[in-house]
Design a protein around this ligand. Structure first.
Ligand code: NAD
Length: 248
């Protein structure tokens, strides 16, 4: 699982799952570029400080992953400053939960823009570099909700299902050039995204998890490290659930 000399770009890595992936891949020797938006200065500093403890190159970019041209700019800057781009992790994500009856048009578009369009933006901007290198690993973070659906999350489920279709398609298009694309579908992971759920809802979720515990950001990061590394060099177009067996 050695990522020495590899350049990793992770969207939305100032906290939660993105931060855990950044730290895990950095511990394996990867140089880390990451984006963030809507995070506190304290969160960003904590991520940067933790990464800078490791003997790697690190740079954070304030950038909206749903914006096509600023994403293109970030990717050009990363390739320029780091000299390559080897691993792309589309992690940035938001929720705007509501029953469809009450969901606004804005709630729908905000979630689709950040969770799905952002993945198009990063892949589109990285593809020339991957093709030139004849290598690349794309890891897109979906959710078990994208497989199963979830009441109150029609926008989120649609965006996460879209990620799966998008990833499988690019895996088919790019496989012959040694560019791999896979999906991680986490279950219930303890982060800011799930902390706002009521205690009783969290308890209900926990009771249905066969491994009898909630997931940690590091559980997802371990899977990301495997998909980033050469240990998964014959794996592409797959969806790996990291959910403690929740959706089985
Ligand atoms: P989080 O809210 O803790 O972190 C979200 C991150 O995304 C932050 O770093 C934030 O800065 C960044 N971000 C938000 N909008 C952005 C934008 N427009 N551009 C760039 N960055 C942006 O959430 P999390 O739980 O760590 O979620 C990470 C990913 O995992 C998301 O895609 C989420 O949908 C997915 N996921 C989470 C869970 C869970 O239970 N927590 C389950 C399944 C999937």
């Amino acid at each position: 699982m050695n990522l020495q000399g590899k350049t990793v770009l992770i969207t939305g890595a100032s906290r939660g799952i993105g931060r855990a992936i950044a730290l895990k891949l950095a511990t394996a020797g990867g140089n880390i570029a990451f984006t963030y938006l809507g995070s506190s200065q304290a969160e960003i500093k904590e991520t940067e400080d933790a990464l800078q403890q490791l003997d790697i190159k690190v740079k954070g970019f304030y950038s909206d992953a749903s914006d096509f041209s600023s994403t293109e700019q970030v990717i050009n800057d990363v390739v320029q400053e780091f000299g390559s781009l080897d691993i792309l992790v589309n992690n940035a994500g938001i929720t705007r939960d509501n029953l469809l009856l009450r969901m606004t048009e804005q709630d729908w578009y905000d979630v689709l823009n950040v969770n799905l369009n952002a993945a198009f933006n990063t892949v589109k901007a990285s593809i020339k570099t991957f093709l030139k290198q004849r290598s690349g690993s794309i890891i897109n973070i979906s959710s078990i909700v994208g497989i199963r659906g979830n009441a109150g999350q029609a926008n989120y489920a649609a965006s996460k299902a879209g990620i799966i279709g998008f990833t499988k398609s690019i895996a088919l298009e790019l496989g012959s050039r040694n560019i791999r694309a896979n999906v991680i579908a986490p279950g219930f992971i303890v982060t800011d995204m799930t902390n706002h759920l009521t205690e009783s809802l969290q308890e209900t979720w926990k009771k249905t998890i066969p491994l009898n515990r909630v997931g940690l950001p590091e559980d997802v990061a371990n899977c990301a490290l495997f998909l980033a590394s050469d240990l998964s060099s014959y794996i592409t177009g797959q969806v790996i659930q990291v959910d403690g067996g929740l959706l089985t």
